[in-house]
Design a protein around this ligand. Structure first.
Ligand SMILES: O=C(O)c1ccccc1NCC(=O)[C@H](O)[C@H](O)COP(=O)(O)O
Length: 182
């Protein structure tokens, strides 16, 4: 990855998907974790993936493989919080990964979509993979995080919402401008 990879997670509507594409995001996350306020039913998630085809990468996001299985055949990447043997895996954790072999991405994420920012540990820069930082990022703090840790990418959900689970165009715009301007 050369330009900073920027993903917005938990989009729920075609309008939000179009915003992500227009603003130049690299990927969108479709949430399949059962208790998430951003949970997408499989049929609706499939419609959004179809709409996104060839224009932006799609991630199915879940805690376990079972969460994402209903849409695994249509998305580009699967983002999970445990290892699974899938073709394109973004493994997320808040502890150092045992191995990064075969991973498409490794995400540092201590938040699970709660918007909570906690001090990012220095060891993330030693992980032998292009790492993506997530957890409580927003338009006001992302530039500092990018400048300090020089990640391959950043991921955001709550920090670009106007209320719980509802994405906001202006915040999505401010976030990607701040991230890429850093
Ligand atoms: O978004 C959720 O509701 C969620 C629930 C359970 C596991 C993961 C979840 N989100 C994953 C993401 O990729 C979020 O973008 C990441 O945790 C950062 O979230 P936030 O702190 O809200 O920006």
């Amino acid at each position: 990855m050369s330009e900073l990879f920027v993903k917005v997670c938990g989009i729920t509507t075609t309008e939000q998907l179009e915003w992500a594409i227009d603003l130049g995001y690299d990927a969108v996350g479709l949430m399949r974790a059962a208790k998430s306020v951003r949970l997408m039913e499989p049929d609706r998630a499939r419609e959004l993936v179809e709409h996104a085809a060839g224009r932006i990468d799609t991630f199915a996001v879940g805690l376990t493989l079972a969460d994402v299985e209903p849409i695994i055949d249509v998305v580009d990447t699967v983002q999970l919080y445990e290892y699974a043997d899938v073709p394109s895996l973004a493994l997320a954790s808040d502890t150092p990964p045992e191995s990064t072999k075969g991973l498409e991405y490794w995400f540092y994420d201590a938040s699970h979509g709660t918007g909570t920012f906690a001090e990012i540990p220095a060891w993330v820069t030693s992980v032998e993979a292009d790492f993506v930082l997530a957890g409580g990022l927003n338009p006001d703090n992302v530039a500092e995080v990018v400048a300090r840790f020089r990640p391959a990418g950043v991921d955001v959900s709550s920090g670009v919402e106007s209320s719980s689970g509802v994405k906001d165009y202006d915040r999505m715009k401010a976030f990607i401008e701040a991230a890429r301007g850093a």
